[in-house]
Design a protein. Structure first.
Length: 198
């Protein structure tokens, strides 16, 4: 897609499943994980490292309870938007509203550290004003998901725990077939911090 694309990184979730296993004081976004490049970084830093440099408008949505995540985001050139810890819908709405004048938005989850930058670039390239662009691995939809300009109002109207999947019905869905397990790999539990290529 030509035009200005904003990256909205969602990093406001509480990670309750991870905390149940790792301990109540353990934030999955700050847990160490070894990236596909072999470097050990926190989960959120791996996500930020993987963002292509061509996508220069970056917004990270998080809560006041995560000052370390905020500092990391700023170090990687992100504008930080602070929200109450509500649901994914509220986070998407706040992130898109922070850069509402753009031509499209790429929604990136802060707990998916293993997506290849090339997969992100391919999803971004497939974006169009009236389309949702989504990576597909073995028939399964993954992340990140790109939304064109026509979805602006719908994205900013989201609330609660529901994400943007219902918006898929409001336009074309462009499937981007990838051979990248990272697009469906999130860190919900500590065991998922180690990426295993199947």
């Amino acid at each position: 897609m030509s035009g200005s694309i904003g990256v909205v990184v969602l990093a406001a979730g509480e990670g309750s499943r991870f905390r149940e296993v790792a301990g109540a004081d353990k934030d999955k976004l700050l847990a160490d994980c070894t990236g596909r490049d072999g470097a050990v970084r926190s989960v959120i830093e791996q996500v930020l490292v993987n963002l292509p440099t061509s996508l220069d408008k970056r917004v990270l949505v998080t809560t006041e309870a995560r000052p370390q995540v905020m500092r990391m985001a700023q170090a990687y050139g992100c504008e930080v938007v602070s929200v109450e810890p509500t649901g994914m819908g509220d986070s998407i709405a706040a992130g898109v509203a922070a850069c509402a004048d753009l031509d499209g938005w790429l929604i990136v989850l802060g707990d998916m550290p293993f997506i290849l930058p090339s997969s992100i670039e391919r999803v971004a390239a497939a974006m169009a004003e009236d389309a949702v662009s989504v990576p597909v691995l073995s028939g399964e939809y993954g992340h990140p998901v790109g939304f064109g300009r026509s979805f602006a109002a719908g994205l900013m109207a989201l609330s609660g725990d529901r994400g943007a999947r219902p918006l898929f019905a409001q336009g074309r869905v462009v499937e981007v077939f990838v051979d990248d397990a990272g697009v469906v790999w999130d860190v919900d539990v500590p065991e998922a911090l180690a990426f295993v290529q199947s």
